[in-house]
Ligand binder design. Structure first.
Ligand code: G3H
Ligand code: 13P
Ligand code: ZN
Length: 318
């Protein structure tokens, strides 16, 4: 089973009121954890790679790890996506290098420059059978090299979305409704809030069009507590409540991006072993605990948040 694009995934997710989990991958253990969980639950999955992941692990290693996961999990559809592509060159490199989907993140450019850049990527991607995610609006927090402070967070303006989609030809659109990247999404005591009114307005203007949510980790306190109890310092880490993500998954949101929750789970496992067993120095002993925690997190997302359990077959047309 080769890699697939997200086209059929999003069509079925939209119709069925569920979402596809897009999980960031940086090494073998993370690829294994995500795809084992998805394989056991017959869930479609998107594996996404950031510029930082390519810098850390190397494009070829990551593609080959994903290809190995395809062989190990032949029953589920897997898409390979570039997360937050900053320019045409990185998108082209991923399109030429085996990815089935790319994001061109022109959200920090002017509306016209974002359109021009996104259109350029769409033309090249579509000519090569690859789909494209664009972004309108800016999330609070860190988007790769761009640091957008909470005060500067710019929600997506619904009156821009039709023009953006029709002029660029993008296949999906990431919007800013109050999510943010990282493990510190709200201040302590602040009530988590997402602008579902903006999401509703966007989906009215773009009927049957897949919407993407970035910055959608829930920052499970279970793993924060393990980290804290084993020498870590992550006080006040707060994420998006799961009921809000379920609400989003039932709507036009077809792709939900999760990275921080995987980082927390892996760190919790590694810390637990290293803190409690300072005599251990075999990487397999701590990485396997981290990998098991990441797998638990992904399984929980699929069954409880995304609603994508058992949906592999309908996407593969079986
Ligand atoms: O949206 C950002 C993702 O969490 C990727 O983060 O650029 O540190 O790999 P990264
Ligand atoms: P989190 O930091 O909330 O996991 O968001 C990840 C993301 O949006 C990747 O593009
Ligand atoms: Zn993101």
């Amino acid at each position: 089973m080769p890699l697939v694009t997200s086209t059929e995934m999003f069509k079925k997710a939209y119709e069925g009121g569920y979402a596809i989990g897009a999980f960031n991958v940086n090494n073998m253990e993370i690829v294994q954890a995500i795809t084992e969980a998805a394989g056991e639950l017959n869930s479609p999955i998107i594996l996404q790679v950031s510029a930082g992941a390519r810098k850390y692990a190397n494009h070829t290693y990551l593609v080959k790890l994903v290809e190995a996961a395809l062989i190990e999990n032949p029953n589920i559809p897997i898409a390979l996506h570039l997360d937050h592509g900053a320019d045409f060159e990185i998108c082209k490199s991923c399109i030429d290098g085996g990815f089935t989907s790319v994001m061109i993140d022109g959200s920090h450019h002017s509306f016209e420059d974002n359109i021009a850049l996104t259109k350029q990527v769409v033309e090249y991607a579509h000519a090569h059978g690859v789909v494209v995610e664009g972004e309108l609006g800016q999330l609070a927090g860190i988007e790769d090299d761009v640091n957008v402070s909470a005060e500067d967070a710019k929600y997506t303006q619904p009156d821009e979305v039709e023009e953006f989609v029709s002029r660029t030809g993008v296949d999906s659109l990431a919007i800013a409704i109050g999510t943010s990247h990282g493990a510190f999404k709200f201040k302590p005591g602040q009530k988590p809030m997402l602008r579902f009114d903006i999401l509703d307005e966007v989906s009215k203007r773009l009927p049957n069009f897949p919407i993407v949510l970035h910055g959608a980790s829930s920052v499970s306190q279970e793993y924060v507590k393990i980290i804290q109890a084993n020498g870590g310092n992550l006080a006040d880490a707060i994420g998006i409540p799961e009921d809000m993500l379920r609400q989003a998954a039932r709507s036009a949101v077809c792709k939900i991006n999760i990275d921080s929750d995987l980082r927390l789970a892996l760190t919790a496992g590694v810390r637990e072993v290293m803190w409690q067993h300072p005599e251990k120095f075999d990487p397999r002993e701590y990485l396997k605990v981290g990998r098991a925690y990441v797998k638990d997190v992904v399984a929980h997302k699929i069954t409880t948040v995304l609603g994508s359990e058992g949906k592999a077959a309908e996407i593969l047309g079986k």
